[in-house]
Design a binder for this molecule. Structure first.
Ligand code: NAD
Length: 255
């Protein structure tokens, strides 16, 4: 369903972004990857579907680098039809000792980057009267957990941005929605499991405790499941799905 279209996915060299990139490529989209780490492996994985796959190393905490990411995508792949704002980081600390520079970078990467990509890609989407903006928020866009002040604030902000953009595009062929995953086993969550395991020395117990605390299914969401949902949001059937914050969370928010 995405043949001839281009998807730009921030933070797509790992985890959820990589899973979504793979599913969008499988659906026919050309893909601009972004992020750090094992770039070659990510390109190889997403290229398996036979569409064009490029990578741009923009640090999305920097508005100028985001502008370059968007213009390079438009220049080299023709347009940005599907925008997935996925790049995100976490920092866990009590609010009164939360490092100020970590606050600033969580807000910049998890929230402000989406403002910049949206303001830069929306004019082209409006011109073509088709576009899909998918913001990867979190259950923490809808409820809080202790010690995650910056993350929770950024993700609630991202859900607010999603609703505003959905209203501003409501009469057009552009939709804007948020995905709100519960626990997904990615490097970002593995770090949190590792620090719990350090406390009592047992990784499998740390994993079980992490799930039991919040996620009734006692099972992780997968990047591929989120990718399938992103493909659905790109479909014609989803054209009146606008401004939702769609939780995929093993029952987290049902409690
Ligand atoms: P991850 O650490 O596996 O991947 C993060 C990606 O973002 C990587 O590709 C990394 O290179 C990139 N990135 C980090 N900082 C960047 C920067 N400054 N500029 C450009 N790219 C940058 O994490 P993940 O778990 O896949 O998380 C992806 C998104 O999903 C995040 O927004 C996260 O908040 C959200 N999320 C994750 C979970 C979960 O349980 N893993 C749950 C809900 C929401």
């Amino acid at each position: 369903i995405l043949k001839g279209k281009t998807a730009l996915i921030t933070g797509s060299t790992s985890g959820i972004g990589l899973g979504i990139a793979g599913k969008l490529a499988e659906a026919g989209a050309n893909v601009m990857l972004n992020g750090f780490g094992d770039v070659d492996a990510a390109i190889a994985q997403v290229s398996a579907y036979g569409t064009r796959v490029l990578h741009h190393a923009a640090d999305v905490s920097d508005a100028d680098q985001i502008a370059d990411l968007v213009s390079r995508t438009e220049r080299d792949l023709g347009s940005v039809d599907v925008l997935v704002n996925n790049a995100g980081i976490q920092h866990v600390a009590p609010v009164e000792s939360f490092p100020v520079e970590r606050w600033d970078s969580v807000i910049a990467i998890n929230l402000s980057s989406a403002f910049h990509t949206i303001r830069l890609t929306l004019p082209g989407m409006r011109e073509r009267n088709w576009g899909r903006i998918i913001n990867v928020a979190s259950v923490h866009g809808l409820v809080a957990s202790a010690q995650k002040a910056a993350y929770v604030a950024a993700k609630h902000g991202l859900v607010g941005l999603t609703k505003t953009v959905a209203l501003e595009t409501a009469t057009t062929g552009v939709t804007c929605n948020a995905l709100c995953p519960g626990w997904v086993l990615t490097p970002l969550v593995q770090q949190q499991i590792d620090s719990k395991a350090q406390a009592h020395g047992d990784p499998s117990r740390a994993t079980r405790e992490l799930l039991m605390e919040k996620q009734p299914s006692l099972d992780f969401v997968t990047p591929e499941q989120l990718g399938e949902l992103a493909v659905f949001l790109c479909s014609d059937a989803a054209r009146q799905v606008r401004g939702v914050a769609w939780n995929v969370d093993g029952g987290w928010l049902a409690q």
